[in-house]
Design a protein around this ligand. Structure first.
Ligand code: PMP
Length: 437
């Protein structure tokens, strides 16, 4: 079918979208500023999700706008291989300064998915570089989300992302950490550290010397804000270290202040070998991701002849000048405005608002940490996801953007949020949830 009108909606096959539903009643944003989006029909929508967990400094931030504009006018693109430009190096230094102390290097990508693939490949290549090429197995976790490329869907634990495409061989999964007895926990739940011991079982099954890496989100975002039980991440670190297995934290959501610290690794005081990031790195303005590694991992590649490429991996847009400029301006905005500290300060107020919704119909769990939160609804029998989707549509009509995953409402507002916005989110949700079918 030919598309004739510029405003025809049929040509664009939208990602992770119920295309037919959307196109019968489209929700379009045309501008954004601070905490709000503006729709095509002129309504203001409060951004309860920082876009897709990425606009941590809010929208249309002057420093970032200016940095992007002047960079594109000065150096629009530089070849990414065997060439460089100063801002990519400056940004790497800034990232390492703000990262947990044991991190030493960053490798640039363009998205969370690419960061995941990059981290997995670095892990495999690292073991080979050290003469342990038999370490090829990768371990993920049920209900983990690590993007949509083949490595990511393989280590990920979301059935719908896996079953229609197939997955890589040699991957096992730890059990998810979402236990019923932790219902309505405020912050980190008490029960479940023992679930990390499943890694010992997998090690015993295959031989730990065959396992390259374990990848987990320190806090699983996309599957509904699943928090790590107290002691769980520490236990994973202990077991991986004991067996020479690399531990990868996927911090695509938790990185850049979401929990009220630069990274979840810092928040939980657990040291992964690699950290996967994207989203908040550029405030969502320009696609960019970064994988952080320890000096030990990086240095394992640096022993061959100097003129040879050490790691056969990279993207045309790795360290792109405009993305690097956006990244620098974003980090500057976070620092100048003390946004990570602000997230930590507001976290208790956010927590109280969320848990104040406990008495509403169909609410079966509420979870929170930093400026992230989830409300789990009882599914309608025979129509899973429908109740939460109804909540999403009604909240949107009331001028609030939330996200749903299955029957879970997830929220992650920009860190510039004011208490009055939190009150407003509570008010809209109360109205919406009270009237759900
Ligand atoms: N990892 C995690 C933990 C994520 O939350 C996401 C995106 N929500 C990704 C990876 C993939 O990122 P992207 O969509 O930028 O590829």
């Amino acid at each position: 079918m030919n598309v004739h009108q510029p405003n025809d909606l049929s040509a664009f096959w939208m990602p992770f979208t119920a295309n037919r539903q959307f196109k019968s009643a489209p929700r379009m944003f045309v501008s954004a500023e601070g905490m709000h989006y503006r729709t095509q029909d002129g309504r203001e929508v409060l951004d309860g999700t920082a876009g897709l967990w990425c606009c941590n400094a809010g929208h249309k931030r002057p420093k970032i706008v200016e940095a992007v504009q002047s960079q594109v006018a000065e150096l629009d693109y530089a070849p990414a291989f065997q060439m460089g430009h100063p801002k990519a190096f400056e940004l790497a230094n800034r990232l390492i300064q703000m990262a947990p102390e044991h991190m030493g290097h960053v490798f640039y990508t363009n998205s969370g998915s690419e960061s995941v693939e990059t981290a997995l490949k670095i892990a495999l290549a690292y073991h080979r570089a050290r003469g342990e090429g038999q370490r090829t197995r990768l371990i993920g976790r049920e209900r983990g989300y690590h993007g949509v490329n083949f490595g990511g869907i393989s280590v990920g634990g979301i059935v719908n992302n896996r079953r229609t495409f197939g997955t890589l061989p040699g991957v096992d999964h730890l059990p998810h950490t979402h236990l019923k007895e932790n219902g309505f926990s405020r912050g980190q739940p008490e029960h479940g550290a023992h679930l990390a011991d499943e890694l010992e079982r997998i090690c015993a099954l295959h031989g730990p010397e065959t396992i390259a890496a374990v990848i987990v989100e320190p806090m699983a975002g996309s599957t509904g804000v699943l928090l790590p039980p107290k002691g769980y991440l520490e236990r994973l670190r202990e077991i991986t270290s004991k067996h020479g297995i690399l531990l990868i934290f996927d911090e695509v959501i938790t990185g850049f202040g979401r929990l009220g610290a630069s990274f979840a690794a810092e928040y939980f005081g657990v040291k992964p070998d690699l950290m996967v990031t994207a989203k908040g790195l550029t405030n969502g303005v320009i696609p960019m991701g970064a994988v952080f590694t320890t000096p030990e991992i990086h240095d394992a590649f640096m022993h061959g002849p100097e003129h040879l490429i050490e790691l056969f991996h990279g993207y045309t847009y790795s360290g792109n000048p405009i993305a690097a400029a956006a990244g620098l301006a974003t980090l500057e905005t976070y620092r100048e405005e003390g946004l990570f500290e602000r997230a930590a300060e507001l976290a208790p107020y956010w927590e109280d608002m969320l848990h104040g919704l406990r008495d509403l119909p169909h609410v079966i769990d509420i979870r929170n940490m930093g400026l992230i939160g989830a409300i789990e609804l009882e599914p309608i029998e025979g129509a899973p996801t429908q109740r939460a989707f109804q909540a999403f549509l009604r909240a949107f009509d009331e001028g609030l953007l939330i996200r749903t995953t299955g029957d879970i409402i997830a929220m992650s507002p920009p860190l510039i949020i004011e208490k009055s916005h939190i009150d407003r989110i509570g008010e809209v949700l109360r109205g919406v949830l009270r009237d759900l079918d």
